[in-house]
Design a protein around this ligand. Structure first.
Ligand SMILES: Cc1cc2nc3c(=O)[nH]c(=O)nc-3n(C[C@H](O)[C@H](O)[C@H](O)COP(=O)(O)OP(=O)(O)OC[C@H]3O[C@@H](n4cnc5c(N)ncnc54)[C@H](O)[C@@H]3O)c2cc1C
Length: 411
């Protein structure tokens, strides 16, 4: 590894402690009545209608308290300014309290900040309230059949035509597009860029209304039985130039902003794994207590706990670097790698730990935690693919973190 790691200061500053205490106090007051009043819905099904209604209600409740979009800044979201450490604290506390998910997770964490960074005042006024207030659902449309890890190869064309653009092509794997009214999309406005060997150029970001004529959204059923992500087909779709975010050709920079947020989000995913481990041990105590005496399972619990703790420290080190104005490198690809393998290890441990009851899928009265663990067992396969696959993270580490000889650098 190049260079020495920065020392990490584990002590919370007084303002960070105050932030954590304020959030905990708010949750103590508002979460229990919310959970009692709301019909819980089938939360194991992420795309189910009841689950969406519950997420919508929870996001609105958070927004009332100024806790929905804590990183948007006071101008846009109920008056809060936070630092990077408070963002991590926010995720850890939410995981600790096992709060429901938000309705517009993508919109809040990734798309909103990009509209704030790149949008005109009219665009901000048009779209930010819809994301924040959970009035309409938002998705993020980047991937295409030949542009996944190699995102810059995207070819869905937006051809300029007077005051409009005309869009043709297709996207794939777009999470929750079937529920969405709006989405942030990357489209190619200069098809010659690929032939010129400059594929990162000629890409432009747009906010699209998915109910526009010529757009067809087709859900894809995944191996967990969910219809969570979708194909989207565009046939001569006419959209106004006012939906363009930033200038033509700036799409790659917009994309890097949203993916940067996605990768910082790994820290919060690690907090969720830690809460999941505690919850599955708790569940095993009641449905399969003998498993907790099994030395090989005890060994696996200890191992995964240690790995989670290591990943947490890695993300703290990355955070510490960000706060000192240094590059959070190479901790981010390492943290993504360790999170993705742990997510799968943990899901496998859950079904082994919970015994026969742990295999019951959702819907049945005896399903443990409403079938959460069986669903995760299948669903967590995604963790080594989405957000940059394992092989690509390893390539990046080989090229840039350890500068392995004999490799031509990945772009
Ligand atoms: C659950 C889930 C939700 C998603 N949601 C969204 C969404 O909302 N919006 C969106 O835009 N996208 C979404 N995606 C798509 C995701 O970003 C892509 O799946 C990801 O970028 C990988 O692209 P790909 O599937 O085309 O695989 P490919 O890039 O085709 O890769 C296929 C395999 O080849 C390997 N590979 C590729 N290139 C190399 C190389 N140079 N060296 C070594 N190995 C290589 C990969 O590691 C992988 O194993 C989602 C994916 C999943 C699984």
């Amino acid at each position: 590894m190049v260079g020495y790691p920065s020392p990490v200061d584990f002590a919370l500053a007084p303002e960070d402690e105050a932030f954590r205490d304020e959030l905990r106090a708010w949750l103590d007051k508002h979460l229990p009545p919310f959970l009692e009043a709301e019909s819980l819905g089938d939360d194991a099904s992420l795309s189910g209608e009841a689950s969406q209604r519950r997420r919508q209600a929870w996001q609105r409740k958070l927004n009332e308290g100024g806790w929905a979009a804590i990183h948007w800044g006071p101008e846009y979201a109920n008056g809060r300014t936070i630092n990077a450490m408070q963002r991590l604290i926010y995720s850890e506390v939410m995981a600790e309290y096992r709060t429901p998910g938000m309705f517009n997770t993508n919109g809040i964490w990734q798309i909103g900040p990009m509209i704030i960074a790149w949008g005109t005042e009219e665009q901000k006024a048009q779209w930010l309230p819809s994301i924040l207030g959970a009035d309409e659902h938002w998705c993020q449309g980047f991937s295409e059949p030949d542009a996944g890890n190699d995102l810059a190869n995207l070819r869905t064309l937006a051809a300029s035509d007077g005051d409009d653009y005309v869009v043709n092509g297709s996207k794939i794997w777009i999470s929750s597009a079937h529920l969405a009214t709006w989405g942030l999309f990357l489209l190619r406005t200069d098809p010659t860029a690929i032939e010129r060997g400059k594929k990162h150029e000629g890409i432009t970001a747009f906010i699209l209304n998915l109910h526009t004529p010529g757009i067809e959204v087709r859900p894809i059923r995944d191996m967990a039985g969910e219809e969570l992500f979708n194909e989207i087909f565009f046939t001569d779709v006419r959209i106004p130039a006012a939906w363009r975010l930033g200038e033509e050709g700036q799409g790659w920079m917009v994309a890097m902003g949203t993916l940067g947020y996605e990768r910082v989000g790994i820290a919060s995913q690690i907090s969720i794994l830690s809460a999941d481990l505690r919850a599955m041990v708790e569940a095993a105590r009641s449905v399969n207590p003998g498993a907790l005496e099994d030395p090989s399972l005890r060994d696996r619990i200890a191992k995964v706990w240690t790995e989670i703790e290591l990943a947490r420290l890695l993300s703290l080190r990355a955070l510490s670097k960000i706060m000192k104005g240094e590059k959070n490198w190479p901790e981010v690809p390492f943290a993504k790698l360790s999170w993705s393998s742990m997510a799968q290890t943990l899901a496998e441990l859950a079904v082994d730990l919970l015994g026969p009851a742990g295999l019951l899928g959702r819907g049945g009265p005896d399903a443990v935690d409403r079938g959460k663990w069986t669903r995760l067992y299948a669903f967590q396969r995604y963790s080594t693919i989405g957000g940059g696959s394992t092989e690509i993270q390893k390539n990046i580490i080989a090229d840039r973190a350890i500068a392995m000889p004999g490799r031509s650098r990945t772009s």
